[in-house]
Design a protein around this ligand. Structure first.
Ligand code: FES
Ligand SMILES: [Fe+2]
Length: 446
């Protein structure tokens, strides 16, 4: 590291004592280093198959700070490529989404097929014959790609483990966010993506979603006006009836992921939620009963929030969605929220959820504004010379004998804790020191 005032990784991240240096959230050298060491190896979420239903459909996404194209090729296969021409690097696609049979580079018009092959090179015969190997000059493809219940994930590391191994025991929690509300596997679709820039390091957002329930006082204004999904039925703030009697749990996983979920009591019953709208009431009651019948004991687990290392988060209930926290600079993040519904839900339900998402989440959403305000002021107050000498504190429940829960894999507690954040930064440190995959998956320390 070129900045000699910055200590080594051990001085920056001390998860034993519970201190994390502010440099992780403001320093430009560390930022560059993590783009190289974290974002070129970890599995990253790039989108959802429902965004590209037809052959030739594409959605331009990001991996780390780089633009990538997620597209369905003419044979129907999903592909992810670096959005950069092999000639002089021009973006071959400058649109957010669309349909095409070829990507034509705007600069000198090289053309690429939807499976990434370099097809057309103007004046090939007279200028390049015998020199340019078209086979070797296709768009740069990711090393591995996975369609997991409709969500598309990719990594640049050919040695990365398969995606389900990477997820580890966080899988059953993420599943609850991706599966249909009535318990069928998968079946969700994206009904919109919000994109905006927030002036804070990307890790602020990812860390919050590991299960920082401790920050709930930030959302007091939202709670007071009761904009929860069933606000019309009760006046108890952000109420989610299925959660009402549930036991909340906080889980840290060795792969660096963390979640806050809830477990319903076995005798749980559906509670009326939408008294002023019979269509919604019938739909959500049906989903509840159907899920219980289909999954039995397993239906007791409900997702709340979680973060999959390094920069994908989910909101498992309402508003249900996936977030990608794209690094933009040491102190800014391009936040993307993908809103999910069951693909076969009635139009009225989708419409209700769409309006609820916008009111609750995203750049104009009431809870997201609270969170962003915290992150941006924490960033501003952490860039100063004196402030940077003092690390952030992650000692919550460190060494304390807090009640644990045996029902699910992972280190599970029955009260809020910063163990998920400590686990996340332990993993971050391992990536930054170039550790092998056994270490990155928490299988061994060496
Ligand atoms: S940069 Fe793409 S054809 Fe030249
Ligand atoms: Fe929040």
């Amino acid at each position: 590291m070129s900045n000699l005032t910055i200590p080594g990784l051990d001085g920056l991240v001390d998860t034993e004592k519970g201190f994390i240096s502010r440099e992780l959230f403001v320093d430009s050298e560390l930022y560059k280093e993590e783009l190289d060491k974290v974002f070129t190896r970890a599995w990253l979420m790039v989108g959802h198959e429902s965004q590209i239903p037809k052959n030739g459909d594409f959605f331009t996404s990001r991996m780390g700070d780089e633009s990538v194209i997620m597209c369905r090729d003419k044979a129907g296969k999903i592909q992810v490529f670096l959005n950069s021409c092999r000639h002089r690097g021009m973006k071959v696609c400058r649109y957010e989404s669309g349909n095409t049979s070829l990507f034509t580079c705007p600069y000198h018009s090289w053309t690429y097929t939807t499976d990434g092959k370099l097809q057309g090179v103007p004046q090939y015969r007279s200028l390049y014959e015998g020199q340019l190997d078209r086979e070797r000059n296709g768009l740069v493809s990711v090393a591995k790609l996975e369609n997991y219940k409709g969500t598309i994930w990719a990594t640049w590391d050919k040695d990365a483990p398969d995606f389900v191994t990477y997820l580890g025991d966080a899988k059953i929690h993420l599943d609850q966010a991706l599966d249909c509300r009535d318990g069928r596997e998968g079946g969700s679709e994206v009904i919109g993506v919000h994109k905006w820039i927030l002036p804070a390091n990307w890790k602020f957002a990812a860390e919050n979603f590991l299960g920082d329930t401790y920050h709930n006082p930030s959302h007091r204004s939202v709670d007071l006006i009761g904009i929860g999904p069933s606000a019309a039925a009760g006046k108890k703030g952000r109420r989610d009836n299925e959660m009402e009697k549930a036991q909340h749990i906080w889980v840290s996983f060795p792969e660096g992921h963390g979640v806050h979920s809830a477990v319903q009591p076995s005798e749980n019953e559906y509670m009326e939620s939408f008294l002023d709208n019979p269509v919604l009431e019938e739909y959500f009651r049906h989903c509840y009963e159907e899920r219980k019948a289909r999954l039995g004991e397993h239906s007791r687990l409900l997702p709340f929030v979680g973060a999959i290392f390094p920069n994908t988060s989910y909101h498992g209930r309402q508003p249900r969605g996936l977030c990608a926290w794209h690094p933009q600079s040491p102190t800014s993040t391009e936040a993307w929220r993908f809103f999910l519904v069951d693909a076969d839900a009635p139009t009225e339900v989708k419409d209700y959820l769409r309006r609820y998402y916008m009111r609750y989440s995203g750049p104009a959403g009431m809870t997201e504004q609270d969170d962003m305000e915290n992150w941006l002021y924490a960033t501003q107050a952490s860039t100063g010379t004196v402030a940077r000498r003092y690390p952030f504190n992650y000692q919550q429940s460190l060494g304390a004998d807090i009640p644990s829960y045996e029902g699910y894999a992972g280190s599970t507690t029955l009260q809020p804790t910063e163990q998920m954040a400590r686990g996340y930064y332990r993993t971050w440190k391992n990536y930054m020191s170039g550790a092998n995959w056994d270490v990155l998956l928490g299988r061994t320390d060496k």
